[in-house]
Design a protein around this ligand. Structure first.
Ligand code: AHR
Length: 624
């Protein structure tokens, strides 16, 4: 193939081209990114959370009692807050009995690390004057211990620090009341002190750092389907997820488990800021998920029209919460939570892959117009609806054209072949219409692996997205996270368990594109010496210029089973330093272990290149 780069022909590409899609699917939040180690800390699990039958999925899930002379009851009579109804009462008739929590399939404890324990407690009857809090290792040995003393008859938060003098993979938290009588407990919490950026109520450091390494320019949250919910009563309500943890309203997760909402809107905004990424919340367009368990009835009805004013007000309040100054009603709440400065919300998604019906259109239009009136500076992102081959997005785009929606969210999960043969998908888009946010995409193979074949198909697509970075403003692979053994959807970008983070090959591709972004797309001509589209479509290239770092970055994907020789026209290369950084990702297509290898080469050797079979190669040239 011949490859010539036209340095003088450049176009600006979006600053937000590569971001992340965070949805609480696959235990991505509780038991995942949210660093809380106690499962069901508020005793709020409910059998209706769970898809499929699990006799243990109730308000006592992941708790147990140990020893004689102790019994329990889940109470609702006098809760800390009406949103957080359940708490536990322990009845102690003999000393030694204890309450145990097994975390999310065990608590990982690291020797020498400090853990913040807290609990709300109140004395009900008798003379329980304290309790011992311990962490036990896998053999039941005590590896951390502290005592909480003095309660009274009102709910009080008690906090202490546990210092671990041993490690555990499947550790247990044990609370042993001292004395006899009745004591009530709620919001039993344990966090490692070491969290991402050391935030309290923070995020799991290793997972968050793996995400940060992708250099995401924006974060979409809280979904996906979770955003528009399983029926109208399950639509994600941001107001239930802010403020004091004990006053938040947990809820059923559409993917068949529980959301404590400890990772709520404040924490999402904070995470965006910590990543240097723009926040992109997605709010339901007044209709729930098209796959709701009521068989779609919810989507047929949507939020009743007479309730839409309140619903719209909630959305306007969110903008005030994010951007209003601290004297505004909602800005004051943000400031009280510890962030007096605005979060600089610019983008707001309305709707998620909804069926484009009259019911949808009516509600979307009301919301869109209200935001435009009050906050014209907000870029509203509409939804193009589900992708149907052949009729792609016609109905969704009709609304975009009618209302002049600034940007449209498209979703597609397709075979590698689709990505190989649809590289011109966005080349065909009208530049005078709405911009595009490719909010969800991934290459799917039978069995749904994340391997080099799927990753390279995504890399091919990413070269086309860079080329179309003038109209495609944002993109995010979906879904992002999946906990091993608790996965509802494959493939995902980053798998993890309690101890380890396991990025996929697809992650490596996203990270390479994230690290090697450009401010401008540079025209190039890529002539493959073949007339067979099976050959030509399997080689994709893109060249970007990063004006902030003075770097010219060449990306080349070879999805052929053979090495391919490329002659690069090096006409302008004298402008660059003699050394070129080369990053190569290659292996067999089914490889799940391929990792990028970095090396350096001479600029003069760039003229004649050999791309390995099944590879992504990046060349980075730095201006003299
Ligand atoms: O990414 C997984 C799911 O796929 C999302 O929740 C939904 O929007 C889409 O159908």
């Amino acid at each position: 193939a011949n490859f010539s780069i036209e340095l003088n022909h450049q176009k600006r590409i979006s600053d937000h081209l590569l971001g992340i899609f965070f949805e609480d699917i696959n235990y991505a939040a509780d038991g995942g990114l949210y660093a809380e180690l106690i499962q069901n800390r508020g005793f709020e699990y409910h059998p209706h959370d769970k898809k499929g039958s699990d006799p243990n999925w109730n308000s006592f899930k992941s708790w147990k009692l140990e020893g004689k002379g102790i019994t329990h009851k889940i109470d609702t009579v006098n809760p800390i807050h009406i949103n957080n109804r359940n708490y536990i009462t322990l009845f102690v008739t003999a000393e030694g009995g204890a309450l145990l929590n097994e975390g999310f399939d065990g608590i990982v404890v690291r020797n020498g690390q400090k853990y913040d324990f807290s609990v709300f407690a109140k004395k009900v009857e008798g003379n329980i004057n304290g309790f011992v809090v311990e962490l036990l290792d896998d053999d039941g040995k005590i590896i951390a211990q502290q005592t909480v003393n003095s309660f009274n008859k009102k709910w009080q938060k008690k906090s202490l620090v546990l210092m671990a003098n041993g490690s555990a993979k499947k550790g247990i938290l044990r609370i042993t009341p001292q004395g006899r009588g009745e004591i009530a407990l709620d919001m039993v919490s344990l966090f490692p002190q070491e969290t991402f950026k050391n935030r309290k109520n923070g995020l799991r450091k290793d997972l968050a750092e793996t995400i940060a390494a992708m250099h995401p320019r924006f974060v979409r949250f809280p979904g996906g389907c979770v955003a528009h919910g399983d029926g109208i009563h399950n639509i994600y309500n941001w107001k239930n997820t802010i403020g004091k943890l004990e006053e938040r309203k947990p809820q059923r997760n559409l993917w068949g488990y529980h959301q404590s909402v400890g990772l709520g809107y404040y924490e999402y905004f904070q995470f965006c800021e910590d990543l240097g990424a723009a926040p992109l919340p997605v709010i339901a367009a007044g209709v729930p998920c098209q796959n709701s368990s009521d068989g779609g009835a919810g989507q047929q009805c949507g939020i009743p029209l007479h309730e839409m004013d309140n619903y719209i007000q909630d959305i306007l309040d969110l903008i005030e919460y994010a951007n209003g100054d601290r004297n505004t009603y909602w800005g004051k709440k943000r400031a009280a939570a510890g962030h007096p400065e605005p979060f600089n919300l610019k983008y707001l998604g309305i709707g998620n892959e909804d069926l484009i019906t009259d019911i949808f259109e009516e509600r979307f239009t009301l919301i869109f117009n209200a935001i435009k009136d009050k906050y014209p500076e907000i870029v509203v992102i509409g939804t193009a609806g589900p992708f149907n081959e052949g009729t792609d997005y016609v109905e969704g785009w009709k609304i975009a054209d009618k209302l002049n929606v600034p940007m449209m969210d498209e979703h597609y999960y397709q075979t590698p072949g689709w990505f190989i043969y649809n590289q011109d998908f966005y080349d065909r888009y009208d530049r005078n219409k709405s911009k595009v946010y490719l909010g969800e995409y991934a290459a799917h193979l039978p069995g749904r692996p994340n391997n080099l074949e799927t990753a390279l198909a995504e890399a091919i697509h990413l070269t086309a997205l860079e080329r179309n970075g003038d109209i495609v403003e944002m993109t995010s692979y979906a879904p992002l996270l999946a906990k091993e053994g608790f996965t509802q959807w494959n493939p995902d970008l980053i798998y993890f368990n309690n101890e380890e983070v396991k990025p996929t090959v697809g992650y490596e591709v996203q990270k390479l594109f994230g690290e090697n972004v450009g401010t401008h797309y540079v025209n190039s001509t890529n002539r493959v010496q073949s007339t067979d589209s099976k050959v030509t479509n399997r080689i994709a290239t893109s060249v970007v210029w990063n004006e902030n770092r003075s770097e010219l970055i060449l990306k080349m994907v070879n999805m052929l089973p053979v090495a391919t020789d490329i002659e690069v026209d090096a006409g302008h290369f004298a402008l660059f330093g003699a050394e070129v950084e080369k990053i190569e990702l290659s292996d067999i297509p089914s490889s799940k272990t391929a990792r990028p290898v970095k090396s350096f080469m001479d600029l003069k050797d760039l003229n004649q290149l050999r791309l390995p079979p099944y590879s992504l190669t990046i060349f980075k040239l730095i201006k003299k």
